[in-house]
Design a protein around this ligand. Sequence first.
Ligand SMILES: NC(=O)c1ccc[n+]([C@@H]2O[C@H](COP(=O)([O-])OP(=O)(O)OC[C@H]3O[C@@H](n4cnc5c(N)ncnc54)[C@H](OP(=O)(O)O)[C@@H]3O)[C@@H](O)[C@H]2O)c1
Length: 197
Amino acid sequence: MRVGILGAGPFGLALAARLARHEVPVRVTTRHVAEATERAHRYPVFAGRPALLADMATVLADADLLVLALPYPVALRLSRRFPAFSAGKLLIDVTNPLFAREQGDPFGAGEGCLGIARALPYVRIAKAFNTLTVAGLDSDAPDYAPYATDDGTAADATESIARGIGLRPVRIGPLSCAAHLESAALVDRLTSGARLD
Ligand SMILES: NC(=O)c1ccc[n+]([C@@H]2O[C@H](COP(=O)([O-])OP(=O)(O)OC[C@H]3O[C@@H](n4cnc5c(N)ncnc54)[C@H](OP(=O)(O)O)[C@@H]3O)[C@@H](O)[C@H]2O)c1
């Protein structure tokens, strides 16, 4: 299965590196190849692989499964405005629709994955990997990979990819459970680095 990751930020690159270390074919979209190539240098596995980073059209043409590793509002906008981008593909949504504290209630994070799924009614989609961290991916440590989906094919693909990179997938329920995964990631973010005194 060829994986295309939309978004060359810290998480997209860390996931791509983990996949590449486990010999899973992967490419990553970026708007700025030179800058993203610079960021990718931290991963030795990318050395000598200039085709790893490409524009969106190239990655979309190549991939069987897409990973939405964009800021949530960008992923939602893409899904609403250009739903054909994912036609015929499997889709994994790793976004965490977190709001900064100063923007109000951090748990009022909107519709999350269900908003994306509503915009893409014919796409086989799973919420997965959003509870992982860059540090966890980089460490290659075994970890649980809880996911939610309504679709058997998306479940199989998520299981296969998770196991392929040394994770233990756990299907927590249908896609309506995606909000639990988003909340779990939010709680983790809000408590990481917090002092216990
Ligand atoms: N960081 C984590 O530990 C972590 C953990 C779990 C889940 N997530 C989720 O994973 C997603 C990606 O997070 P991230 O940490 O990699 O960084 P991010 O700040 O969300 O950015 C990801 C990438 O998206 C692209 N991008 C940003 N704005 C865009 C726009 N308007 N149009 C097109 N592309 C745009 C940029 O790539 P280019 O500039 O290269 O085009 C950027 O590097 C987020 O939804 C986040 O919530 C992150």
